[in-house]
Design a protein around this ligand. Sequence first.
Ligand code: SF4
Ligand code: SF4
Length: 451
Amino acid sequence: MQTNFTLAQLADPETARSEHILRKCVHCGFCTATCPTFVLLGDERDSPRGRIYLIKAMLEGDRAPTQQEVRHVDRCLSCLSCMTTCPSGVDYMHLVDHGRHRIEESYDRPLSDRLMRGLLAWLMPRPALFRWAMMLGRLAKPLAPVLPATSPDPGGATFLRRLRAMLDAVPARLHGPSPVDRPQTFPAKGLRRKRVALMPGCGQQVLAPEVNEATVRLLNRHDVEVVNVASSGCCGSSVLHLGRTEQAIELAKRNIEAWQREIDGAGLDAIVINASGCGTTVKDYGNMLAAEPEWQERAQQVARLARDVTEVLAEIGLVDVTPRPLTVAYHSACSMQHGQKLTELPKKLLREAGFVVKDVPEGHLCCGWAGTYQVLQPELSRRLRDRKVGNIERTNPDVIAAGNFGCIGNIAAGTGIPIAHTVELLDWATGGPMPQAFRGQHAGAAAVAEA
Ligand code: SF4
Ligand code: SF4
């Protein structure tokens, strides 16, 4: 693609990178077929190619974006399905991050939009505050039915519709803080084979604390020492996708400093991440801090050490497996398959643990969660979730597995089939407790598998 940036514009490293990305696009449009928003809306401006043109226009014009440009960029899920499809290797991820940053800096959003995005950016990286917000949300949840369930905007991007989505997202059950989510060391059960830091995350601590608990048990049982490092926390992805690049960089620096102390101290073989959205972001810390020479080396070191939990388990191999004869529909989160390119590894581990694993039709399409997207674009999010649930249910599984807590919560709200994190199933098959999803009405199937 031909570009028209001035030399002055190209002096900005972020613009220079975007120009390089834009030049790689040959307008072929292959990416449109696998873009969830184009599949739903059929509008070129809601396709990757369309958004590439919109972002190019706003960057080259060195101007504030128009309302139309913002509307269509906002509808992007950052699922990165287009990057998997693109034959030219267009780095859409960094281009849309730049577009969002430009929008955040120069577009005057309506007040209600600013308030909602500001609230999300303030709460999401802070688990303690996020937990309080969820508790307040539970009090307000009975009001949800009086708010509109539909909206004139195809994305549902209206204030009251978003407010309803926010209340709908408040879980019926809320756990207290888990003891594993405090800085400490969990020793290996036997002779130590590896020493890893576990990324504590942010929203997952509140919405699915059982995932870190299962991860610690599973790794310890496989002779891996796990450290929850003081001052490590949110990876920054939720605010990055809101265009708040500076805030995301601050969160990244905090993590890098925390893990660096551990690397320089007792040493780390890996930084283990069990939420694939966070994994995609931490693996990209080198790029996020590319413009800051004093951080570059440390950021790259952290990115090199970052591993999805399934990568570490595949390296060490599962031991003492008690097969559970259940059929698992494996939902590959976008950040797992498109962001980290981990497609077969989680399924291989589940098979090694004795599960019968089924692929989900249209597995490349997002489930609609996408971080804050489920609140900011609730109509599109819901349509994608319903489509995903329909595809999953067609495989007739006993249980659904996924490697990202957000997808788990989102899909669980649309189906009666139990859903668990991959590590919970692996933990169960190697001596851990039955996953929480099997308790209550689903206990029967799990009890048969345990017998
Ligand atoms: S990231 Fe996903 S939603 Fe956004 S343009 Fe690419 S395929 Fe479409
Ligand atoms: S597939 Fe790649 S090269 Fe083709 S239009 Fe999409 S982004 Fe551009």
